[in-house]
Structure formats: structure tokens, C-alpha cells
Ligand binder design. Structure first.
Ligand code: BDR
Ligand code: CA
Length: 322
């Protein structure tokens, strides 16, 4: 591996925490954000796409290509999280229109081009429902060896957040998640062919929260800092009111932080299956924590995070933005 920045493609549904993930990827000198693709999830696809473009404008990176992907889950109607992120998906900051439109090609074509043309295998990061990533599994098998690894924010070993059993990103499109996890293998492991998969779930991200004091620290730090502060004003307020928590988990930014600092998140190889049948447990990531099934591990699953280190990293990197 060279010392050149790691090529990354981020598939997302911004979303407050997706927005911060994009900003962190742009801010880190060790990451070369080659492209951003969008998916329907937190809000509808036109809004997640507009938000991705807005965020890239905010960090002066209108050169990073953006393409819109799937506008609905594979086998279900779209359910959004507008109650949490607002109808626009980025409640809080003034809704400024982006300077450009997304590319006129679907996300899967941009992903194909990026994988094909990159100088080295590309790290894929997915922070929304896995609808586009299931397309990558099914439609780009000839390019799987061009994927260095896939890191997702989604799932939980224990409790869910959107239902008692399921985390939002997996619950929205469990059939897509099933395809992705069925193609997964443990990073650096010897459990066979597949896409090296890391699952950053709620055990990790519920520890990765920021509060009002962090919003205050960002305010006045240039236009990007002001934008993050206004995102946090809404997002922290929502979590305080709805859950009584001191702050808001910045779920999606943990995926990028994990790439920047591999010692941040503690992971363990596990077999993860996706529930696609049960009404009560739809979208549950059934993670074999104690190896009771005999099934081979298909992912590295996050179990914890050094929160202080995460917060320090986030504040430092975002502080370098314009
Ligand atoms: C996930 O759901 C979305 O609302 C967030 O953006 C994050 O990706 C957390 O469950
Ligand atoms: Ca998200």
C-alpha cells in the first residue's frame, strides 16, 4: 500500500450525520473522495441528492462528482426519517440551492466508472439503506476485485433504533442488506471470497455523540463550522427532546473516522444474517456474537469506540475546512 490518499466512494442519504461524514471525508488528507452517490432513505432521492450537492458546495468541492441512485427500496415502499431530519433532510441551516445538478447518469454507472478507472482498489462507504450497494453486488461482479472494502453504517448486535429490533438503514431495505451481507467476508480474514465488509452499528454509533457544547465550538469556525453548528442545533435538539439524550449520535461519520483511525472502533468477526420475513423483527441484523450457529463470519462487526478520540478527531479535521 502506498502513502497516497486512500480512494473512497461514499454512498449516502444526507441526512445530518451523512452530511458530517461527507465533510469529514473531504477534510481528511488521507482520504481522496472520488465520488458521492445518493440513495433514498432519510428523505426522498431528490432531497438526498440536493443535500449532497449542497454539502460539497459548503466545503468548496463542487468538483467531486455526484450521481443519484435508487429512489426506493428493492421490494418495498420507501419509509423516510423525515421526522428526525426534517422534510428537506437537513433541517437547521438555511436551505441554499446547490450550484450544480447531479450527473445525468445513475449511481451504478458512476460507481462502475470509479472502480474501473481508479489507480488502486477503492473503499466503498455506505451510510444509507443498502439499495445501491446491492446493485454493486449484483451488477458489477467483474469489478469486485476493485473494491478494497465496504464499510457500512447500519444494523445493531443488540437493540434497534427504528423498531425495537432493527436499525433504520437496514430496516428501510432489508432485501438489499441481505444481498450485501450474503456477499460479505471478514476484512483481512480467510473465510473465503467476497467483499470485505465492516458493519458499524448502533453499539458503536450510540457512543459517538456530540452535544450543544460542540455546536458552540463549531459556531464561528468559518462557513463550514457554522453549517455544522446549525446541523447540530437541530439534530442534538431532536435527540434531547425525543430520547432525553445529552447529544446526538453522529452515526455516519464513524465510518469515515474508522478509515482514518483503524484503532478507533473495536470490531469482531461475526456471521450476520438479515431478517426479511418477520413482521416484528423485519430488518434485524442477526449477529452471531457467540458463534453458536457454526456459520462462517461474513463481516467485521463494530462493538465499541473510543469516544474521546472520535470527538477529538472530528473537531480537529472539521476545523480545517473553509
Ligand atoms: C442511520 O439512520 C439515519 O437516520 C442516519 O443518517 C444513519 O445513517 C442511523 O440509524
Ligand atoms: Ca444516513
Amino acid at each position: 500500500m502506498t502513502d497516497s490518499p486512500r480512494p473512497v466512494l461514499l454512498d449516502c442519504d444526507p441526512g445530518h450525520d451523512d452530511a458530517i461524514a461527507i465533510m469529514l471525508a473531504v477534510a481528511d488528507p488521507g482520504i481522496d473522495l472520488l465520488a458521492v452517490t445518493t440513495v433514498a432513505g432519510n428523505v426522498t432521492l431528490p432531497n438526498t441528492t440536493r443535500n449532497a450537492l449542497r454539502v460539497l458546495d459548503m466545503v468548496d468541492r463542487p468538483d467531486i462528482p455526484v450521481a443519484a441512485g435508487r429512489d426506493r427500496p428493492r421490494a418495498r415502499d420507501l419509509s423516510t426519517a423525515a421526522v428526525m431530519h426534517g422534510e428537506s433532510g437537513l433541517a437547521g441551516p438555511l436551505p441554499i440551492e446547490p450550484s450544480r445538478a447531479a450527473l445525468g447518469v445513475p449511481a451504478i454507472e458512476l460507481i462502475e466508472q470509479v472502480l474501473r478507472d481508479a489507480d488502486e482498489p477503492v473503499t466503498l462507504v455506505a451510510t444509507g439503506p443498502l439499495t445501491n450497494m446491492a446493485d454493486v453486488v449484483e451488477r458489477l461482479p467483474h469489478l469486485h476485485d476493485r473494491i478494497r472494502e465496504l464499510v457500512i453504517m447500519g444494523g445493531a448486535v443488540d437493540l434497534g433504533n427504528w423498531t425495537p429490533a432493527a436499525e433504520f438503514n437496514i430496516w428501510v431495505d432489508p432485501e438489499a442488506a441481505d444481498i450485501v451481507f450474503s456477499a460479505g467476508t471478514v476484512p483481512g480474514g480467510d473465510t473465503g471470497a467476497g467483499i470485505e465488509l465492516t458493519m458499524i452499528g448502533l453499539e458503536v454509533t450510540h457512543q459517538a455523540w456530540l452535544d450543544d457544547a460542540h455546536a458552540a465550538a463549531f459556531r464561528g469556525q468559518g462557513k463550514a463550522g457554522q453549517f455544522v453548528a446549525e446541523l447540530l442545533d437541530h439534530f442534538v435538539g431532536f435527540h434531547q427532546d425525543r430520547f432525553g439524550w445529552p447529544g446526538a449520535p453522529i452515526h455516519d461519520a464513524v465510518t469515515i473516522a474508522h478509515l482514518i483511525d483503524p484503532r478507533l472502533v473495536q470490531t469482531m468477526p461475526m456471521n450476520v444474517q438479515i431478517e426479511t420475513q418477520s413482521a416484528l423483527c423485519m430488518g434485524r441484523t442477526v449477529a452471531d456474537r457467540w458463534s453458536v450457529t457454526g456459520r462462517s463470519p461474513n463481516a467485521a462487526v463494530g462493538l465499541g469506540i473510543d469516544r474521546d478520540r472520535f470527538v477529538t478527531l472530528l473537531l480537529q479535521r472539521l476545523g480545517t475546512l473553509p
